[in-house]
Ligand binder design. Structure first.
Ligand code: NI
Length: 393
């Protein structure tokens, strides 16, 4: 890719090799033992000091030749419970587990960035910390990593992260000042009616009928209660009830997810879900319980850190900038961005000509590995600029 310096281009075969190793051996959140061991083995071999947090999390610290600001670069390492359908030679060797979101690539990019910056640390004025975070896909490793001190000693002044992104073509970068990704809440509710004979409904309270009305009514929250200029999603992803065609169900179990950028929109949705359940259940004589959890806050980019990434890309790398890129998917990078100013961005990775265009979390997901070197180049250039790179070195 044009704009990637020769030394990082030479690193590309290693980046691909590392990424394919992670891809072959995917691990779920907080179980990234082999991934973490691979990272630690390489850091140790290169002489880069690091600490281990939460058993699998790794924080590498690269001090420059002089004191200065501290930049953190964050990568997530976990895979998903998906059976891979790709037949590539580097396909998953673990039954039922797969890197279907590109976190194998994020880990390889972060490792390459650490390697390059360590080789050139004499030129840095300040410190770079590379944070390898567990469990992005759930239950969330960012918050406990921060609580365990990932942003302290030395204290981090700014943070960057990227997501390899098949929703954008190779050769593009998705940037957004402000809200890039949504907050995510999860809820589970149980509606309890009164079971009975399928032919004698007058003796029952049908949990399926009540549940179906609840599902329909929940659709009105976004369409009727939210300002049309705001963004929100309410999805019921799971509805389980009943056991036989001739039995009226006693209980219905509904689970769903809620997405939004603005916290006040989230509060409104939560209270409307309560009201709808209450009203519909009461009108049928049913009861309900609701377990509602706020999971990740929205991913909000800091203007100065976003400008840093934009200027680096515009000045040096042959990537088309897709401005105002946003999605209602969620990411626990948000916790880091709440703690320090930072920027999270999407690195376009789809290449339909090579069949590398399946969506994230699809069993055929794969991406164009050209993005690996580009990712390292962006992080390295941002570090040089953020730490007031001394070009005389
Ligand atoms: Ni992801």
């Amino acid at each position: 890719m044009v704009g990637v310096r020769p030394e990082i281009r030479q690193l590309q075969p290693s980046l691909i090799r590392w990424r394919r190793y992670f891809h072959r051996f995917p691990e779920l959140g907080f179980q990234e033992k082999q991934t973490s061991a691979f990272i630690q083995d390489h850091l140790r071999e290169w002489g880069i000091p690091y600490t281990v947090l939460l058993n699998t999390g790794v924080v590498a610290t690269i001090p420059g030749a002089a004191a200065g600001r501290v930049l953190a670069i964050r990568a997530d390492m976990d895979a998903l419970p998906i059976q891979e359908l790709n037949l590539v030679e580097y396909r998953s060797q673990i039954d039922g587990l797969m890197h279907a979101c590109g976190h194998d690539g994020h880990t390889a990019i972060a490792l390459g960035t650490a390697y390059y910056l360590w080789q050139h640390r004499q030129a840095l004025r300040g410190t770079v910390k590379v944070i390898f975070q567990p469990a992005e896909e759930g239950p969330g490793g960012a918050k406990p990593m921060i609580e365990a001190g990932a942003l302290e000693n030395p204290k981090v002044d700014g943070i960057l992260g990227l997501h390899i992104w098949n929703n954008l073509p190779l050769g593009t970068i998705g940037l957004k000042y402000g809200a890039l990704m949504a907050a995510v809440d999860i809820f589970h509710c149980t509606i309890t009616g009164k079971g009975g004979h399928g032919a004698i409904p007058q003796q029952t309270i049908d949990a399926v009928v009540v549940g179906a009305q609840v599902v329909n009514a929940l659709q009105t929250i976004v369409s009727r209660n939210i300002d049309p200029l705001q963004s929100a999603v309410v999805t019921i992803g799971k509805f389980q009830a009943g056991a036989a065609p001739n039995v009226i169900a006693q209980e219905a179990h509904l689970s769903g997810t809620v997405r939004y950028f603005d916290p006040s929109v989230g509060d409104l949705i939560q209270s409307r879900i309560h009201q709808i359940l209450q009203g519909i259940c009461a009108s049928h004589g049913a009861t309900y319980t609701l377990d509602y959890q706020k999971c990740y806050p929205p991913v909000i980019n800091h203007p100065e850190m976003t400008e840093l990434v934009r200027s680096v890309v515009a000045d040096t790398i042959a990537l088309d900038i897709v401005p105002n890129c946003a999605t209602l998917a969620a990411e626990d990078m948000s916790f880091f961005l709440q703690a320090v100013p930072g920027c999270f961005f999407f690195l376009g990775s789809a290449n339909p000509a090579r069949g590398l265009h399946y969506p994230h979390h699809h069993p055929r997901f794969d991406f164009d590995e050209t993005v690996l070197g580009a990712g390292v180049e962006i992080f390295v250039r941002c570090a040089e600029r953020f730490l007031a790179y001394d070009s005389t070195n």
